[in-house]
Design a protein around this ligand. Structure first.
Ligand SMILES: NC(=O)C1=CN([C@@H]2O[C@H](COP(=O)(O)OP(=O)(O)OC[C@H]3O[C@@H](n4cnc5c(N)ncnc54)[C@H](O)[C@@H]3O)[C@@H](O)[C@H]2O)C=CC1
Ligand SMILES: O=C(O)[C@H](O)CS(=O)(=O)O
Length: 481
């Protein structure tokens, strides 16, 4: 690991790299080899509290810094990230397992949020309102919400941090981040580059810990924290919501998904196949916007299954730096058990394996890309997010039936539809109960558009001009002249 100058093994609090108060550490494991990469501090409530207190002090000064100066510092952070893209990508693949090409993409994707919000920092506007009385002047100003606490997942250990930290800093806030224990190194590398970019001490803090519950409790109940932003499971999102109620914190929750891809008879079949594959197997199926269910109209069902499976059969499973690898290892054995349960449940209820279905010969947490056909709504794959390389293909007859099945879930993050009928495109897009609709496109993530879900997929939006509002408070001034 010595070749990685950005591989940090201490937490970053108040501008210093530090160890845990009790010197405790925990192992960071390479999921491809199951080998220990290094050890990082196993911090807890006390260190979290210290970080929050440092953030509160730093934030008061930061909100006085001009937007232009904020933008310049954020731009420097972006430039440092991009000039260290390869090393950041190697560290990301080492701790998370995704193919190096995907990690390089994630670093650029993560940096795009910093670039975007460096620009947005200079465009935080207020309002002058019409008078209600002749001697009144009514104004609205926007101010930073204050100290932000962020809890982030293992599947995008770089981009899920910058997608929160960039708008927070651009708005004038300070942030304390607890990354997933599986993937802390990307967060610590970002801290090193934030330090080099001159982001003032206390504004960007990273706590690594195996005590997610304790750290989360401190983050959601400490009065100095005014906003909690979380990306992860709906189960944990609900816990954080409950815990945040005692101090009425603002929340942003990017939670689980159950994305349907609906392919109509009139779709461009090759485009639908390619995009359904891209959406399904990105990050080995471990993204919240991955297609989880594929609904194909009966007229092209057999053709679609054949074309889709032939392409998936060409996939190469392997470790991050192997040339041509499409699928890496899953993050954990529990992830492997979940896909095995979903496959078995589907088979027990009448589905058929077209491709895969087994653990890969490479062992560990590698799994074969799997395609099932004759899948129905009664199976677990229809109701639960598999978060793995499993493509269950359902058949439908009518548009109404497809929309009803697609919406038959408590989740509402991403959805996809493939048709060349313009009227149908509008009808179905408007009826889908999701925050995001990909139309003839399976890859919808960027820094420009508002990313987020409805129903039990979360609250709020990240990225886009809307993403900045999440870190601002609106103040109304009623001025007698
Ligand atoms: N919406 C999204 O982008 C994501 C959704 N997920 C969903 O979550 C499922 C489980 O994935 P995990 O990574 O295990 O998600 P998770 O929700 O268990 O973990 C996400 C983050 O929350 C922290 N956490 C866990 N329990 C906590 C608690 N009680 N209080 C405070 N923080 C806590 C974890 O340490 C991690 O940093 C996936 O199968 C997928 O369905 C997971 C990752 C991203
Ligand atoms: O957590 C996730 O899965 C990401 O939000 C998906 S994306 O933004 O990288 O598409």
């Amino acid at each position: 690991m010595s070749e990685f100058s950005l591989l940090k093994t201490q937490c970053y609090i108040d501008g210093q790299f530090v160890i845990a108060d009790d010197k405790k550490t925990f192992e960071v494991i390479d999921p491809a080899s199951n080998q220990v990469i290094c050890h990082v501090p196993d911090m807890g409530i006390n260190e979290t509290r210290k970080a929050i207190e440092a953030a509160a002090i730093a934030q008061k000064k930061w909100q006085q810094v001009t937007p232009k100066e904020k933008a310049q510092i954020l731009r420097r952070w972006h430039d440092l990230i991009m000039s260290n893209q390869e090393e950041l990508a190697q560290i990301l693949s080492l701790e998370q397992g995704k193919p190096i090409t995907e990690s390089r993409g994630e670093i650029a994707y993560g940096a795009s949020f910093i670039e975007w919000f460096a620009e947005e920092a200079k465009r935080i506007y207020g309002d002058v309102l019409p008078q209600d009385k002749t001697n009144h002047r009514l104004l609205v100003i926007k101010q930073p919400i204050g100290v932000v606490a962020a809890i982030t997942p293992w599947n995008f250990p770089n981009a899920m941090i910058t997608r929160k930290a960039a708008p927070a800093l651009a708005a004038g806030c300070a942030i304390v981040i607890k990354p997933a224990a599986e993937t802390p190194l990307s967060a610590l590398a970002l801290a090193e580059l934030a330090h080099q970019a001159g982001i003032p001490a206390g504004l960007f803090n990273v706590i690594t810990s195996t005590d997610a519950v304790g750290v989360g409790k401190e983050m959601t109940t400490n009065k100095l924290v005014r906003k909690v932003t979380f990306t992860g499971s709906t189960r944990v999102g609900k816990i954080l919501m409950e815990q945040s109620a005692s101090t009425v914190k603002k929340l942003a929750l990017e939670l689980g998904g159950n994305a349907p891809s609906i392919i109509f008879d009139d779709a461009d079949l090759d485009n639908a196949v390619d995009n359904a594959i891209a959406s399904k197997f990105r990050n080995s199926g471990q993204t919240c916007v991955c297609t989880n269910r594929i609904y194909v109209q009966s007229g092209i069902y057999d053709q679609f299954v054949e074309k889709f499976s032939q392409k998936v059969a060409q996939f190469k499973v392997g470790s991050a730096n192997e040339p041509g690898v499409n699928l890496g290892p899953l993050i954990s054995q529990s992830a492997v058990q979940k896909i095995e349960e979903h496959i078995q449940n589907a088979i027990d209820n009448g589905a058929e394996i077209v491709l895969g279905g087994q653990r890969h010969d490479l062992g560990g947490t590698y799994f074969q890309p799997t395609v099932l056909k004759n899948v129905t709504q009664s199976m677990r794959v229809a109701k639960e997010e598999t978060f793995a390389p499993l493509a269950p293909i359902f058949k439908f007859d009518s548009e109404e039936e497809a929309v009803a099945m697609a919406n038959d879930t408590e989740f509402g993050l991403a959805s996809y539809l493939y048709t060349q009928d313009i009227s149908r495109l509008w009808r179905v897009a408007e009826q889908l109960e999701y925050g995001i609709v990909g139309i003839n496109e399976g890859l919808i993530s960027n820094e420009i558009a508002p990313f987020g879900g409805i129903k039990e997929s979360g609250l709020g939006r990240e990225g886009s001009k809307y993403g900045l509002e999440e870190f601002l408070e609106m103040k109304y001034l009623c001025w007698k002249v």
